[in-house]
Structures are given as structure tokens and as C-alpha cells.
Design a protein around this ligand. Structure first.
Ligand code: ATP
Length: 134
């Protein structure tokens, strides 16, 4: 029986609040997995895929930035942005990818381009496309 609660919250909305059996999340120090009974944990999140298992079904969500906290059989994902796989707009991600590619290309000839920002935008777009299966 599920005994672990998952909440994914962004500055805009509650993306998900549900009972789960397992969560795998992208911490800045690597992926980490949480089952019921996990010890308390606080970690920063990177850009990546969150897996949440309900029964024997693995579901995917995109998360970028923010924090994860585990306490009392609850995992709270407080992310800068997050979407469930089914809510990812692949066309939008393709456009974001093209913009980031252009910025990274420009950075080779031009000063004043924020390369890290463009690389992060690229990473968000690529992970979204991967989750959306595109
Ligand atoms: P874009 O340049 O398309 O805005 P981004 O990576 O800069 O992409 P974020 O800053 O991560 O966007 O997110 C801004 C808001 O837009 C968040 O609410 C996020 O959930 C939403 N969002 C961004 N891209 C997508 C997408 N491809 N599908 C669904 N929602 C998205």
C-alpha cells in the first residue's frame, strides 16, 4: 500500500499532489530515490526527469531548479518550473531549443552572450523533448 506522499509545487501552481510508492528525482549531486520510511533530506534540484511510481506504473515529470525535501513520508518538490509529461508542449520546447542553439552559435563570435543561461535553456528543452518522447 502506498504510504508516501508526493507534492510538486512551482511558483505558479501545485503541479501534483498524490500518494506514490517511489520517487526518483534529479538532485544537483545526482539522482536520488525515495521510498516510504526515507530519512529526512533536503537537496537542491537540477534540470532533469522526475519518476514517480504508483503501483507498478512509472510516470514522468520535468523539473528544473529549486529544492526537494523529504520528511515524515512526504516528498516536497519546490521547483522553479515543473510539468507532468502529458502537459509538456513539445513544439514550444523545439522553439526554445532552436533559440538556445542560436544563442550558443552567436556566443562563438560575439561577447556579451550569457553562455551558461543558453546552456541551461538548451538542457531544459532537451529534457522536455526526451520526456515528451520527441
Ligand atoms: P521557454 O523559453 O519556452 O519559456 P523555458 O525553459 O525558458 O522555456 P521555464 O523558465 O522553464 O521555460 O518555464 C516557464 C514556464 O513555462 C513554467 O511555468 C513552465 O512550466 C512553462 N513551460 C516552459 N516550457 C514548457 C513546455 N515546453 N511545455 C509546457 N510548459 C512549459
Amino acid at each position: 500500500m502506498a504510504a508516501l506522499r508526493l507534492e510538486i509545487v512551482t511558483p505558479d501552481q501545485v503541479v501534483l499532489s498524490t500518494e506514490v510508492d517511489y520517487v526518483g528525482a534529479p538532485g544537483v549531486d545526482g539522482e536520488f530515490g525515495v521510498l516510504a520510511g526515507h530519512i529526512p533530506l533536503l537537496t537542491a534540484l537540477s534540470i532533469g526527469t522526475l519518476v514517480y511510481r504508483i503501483g507498478n506504473k512509472d510516470n514522468l515529470a520535468f523539473v528544473a531548479g529549486g529544492f526537494a525535501e523529504v520528511a515524515d513520508n512526504k516528498i516536497s518538490i519546490l521547483a522553479q518550473s515543473a510539468e507532468l509529461a502529458e502537459n509538456i508542449d513539445a513544439e514550444r520546447a523545439e522553439k526554445a531549443k532552436a533559440r538556445a542553439e542560436q544563442r550558443l552559435q552567436q556566443a562563438k563570435q560575439q561577447d556579451g552572450i550569457d553562455v551558461v543561461r543558453a546552456e541551461n535553456a538548451m538542457k531544459r528543452a532537451l529534457v522536455r523533448l526526451q520526456i515528451a518522447g520527441k
